[in-house]
Design a binder for this molecule. Sequence first.
Ligand code: HEC
Ligand code: HEC
Length: 417
Amino acid sequence: MITAPTPARLATAWTAMFAIAALLMGCDQPTPATGAGTAAHLAPAQATPAAVVLASDYVWQLPEGVDLPRIPANNPMTQAGFELGRHLFYDPRMSANGNIACASCHHQDKGFSDGLPHPFGTYGDAHPRNAQALGNTAWYASLNWGNPVTVQLERQIRIPMFGDTPFEHGLEEHNQARVLATLVSDPTYQKLLVAAYPGPQPDWNYVNHIVPALATFVRGLTSFDSPWDHYLQGDTQALSVAAQRGLALFSSDRLHCSQCHEANHFLTDSHVSQRQAAQHSGFHNNASVASFDFPNTGKFEATGKPEDLGLFRTPSLRNIALTAPYMHDGSLPDLRAVIRTYAAAGKTTQNRDPLITGFTLSAGEETDLLAFLCSLTDEQFVSDPRYANPWPDANGQLRPETPTPQPAKPGVPVQCL
Ligand code: HEC
Ligand code: HEC
């Protein structure tokens, strides 16, 4: 458990200077998503800027060395927007039949993943890919497992809401108005909406109010308080001796892990901030599955280039001990299986990245590497009340953590020492 507070730089909030900032920062324009999960029905069809755009009053608590993430000029971070987004994230009324919320597939205690190989949508449809953990996504240059096209949270979030391959929230043209009316007639949302978007009351809608608030909440999910973070900031006691040996293995030329999972976010060249431009070189084929059949072809789905078959965005390893099972298809049940798959140089040579060379570890070395991976767990993040379900447990309120019965086998989390 972490007791010492993170030496935090209280980064002052970025004040939105809209047009100028948008030009300087080259803010992402909404781009079409591709393939499975494509947002087919957006309402309203026209993406217009929010009626009232606020200056940011959000206080980021970031450690030294972490720059502020990029924030779209028309959706500045506000505390009221974050609170509205949090209520929506945990509200199963935001689905076609009241069965699922974002939180049904993204559980805080699992680093905002769900413990299943595949999640299930509101009608029980299986998603072909593993539910991704959330945390520090504000810094990701692209979102989703193998999708170089979706580069902004405001765009990604429409996929589970409005997508139909598979249906997740199941919001379609014929039910969107009903679901929206249910939400905005709730007195709790009336207060939250007016606080987030003060001024003359507009017609509340998905594009200008619901999606931006959800993006604000997800953007605010920051995880920088693991033992490894404390070690990085100079507390040499924060990592056990075994974890320190594991860190050395992780960074070694023998294992190459850190060449793809680069600190601080453990991605490859695929993090961006207000100082760094977007890069999209973070896609690799780590050969962790034997074949890359549709719809899990990775970057190939967007580009159609044979050399992109099986390339996925290097995922962050933060909170990795909590997010089993692993890989885009949830096919590896635990961290030992992951390490042994890398040790065997993967399961295929097709498009295999040259860094996946295989290696031999003694039993002690394997334990050390596991100890390091376990040191990336941020207990503060997964128990932080700011990120927790805000809805009361009384009055028959729907609880999104227990959605429709889910038939799949749960993953096996590693036993961290
Ligand atoms: C049915 C389960 C399910 C629901 C409901 C769901 N998600 Fe997800 N989420 C996933 C899966 C699966 C992925 C990976 C999808 C892919 O790569 O194709 C994902 C990916 C993401 C990502 C990208 C993370 C990254 O590392 O790139 C974000 C952000 C996200 N979801 C936020 C949300 C929000 C906000 C909601 C509610 C509007 C939501 N999700 C609802 C299953 C779900
Ligand atoms: C060539 C780049 C590369 C190297 C080297 C590499 N990884 Fe990965 N790693 C990836 C990619 C890409 C994925 C996602 C692959 C997928 O989903 O099929 C991944 C996935 C993972 C996952 C699962 C993440 C999740 O959320 O499911 C873990 C754990 C992991 N790697 C640990 C390691 C360790 C430990 C090493 C060193 C032994 C290592 N990686 C070396 C690119 C790499």
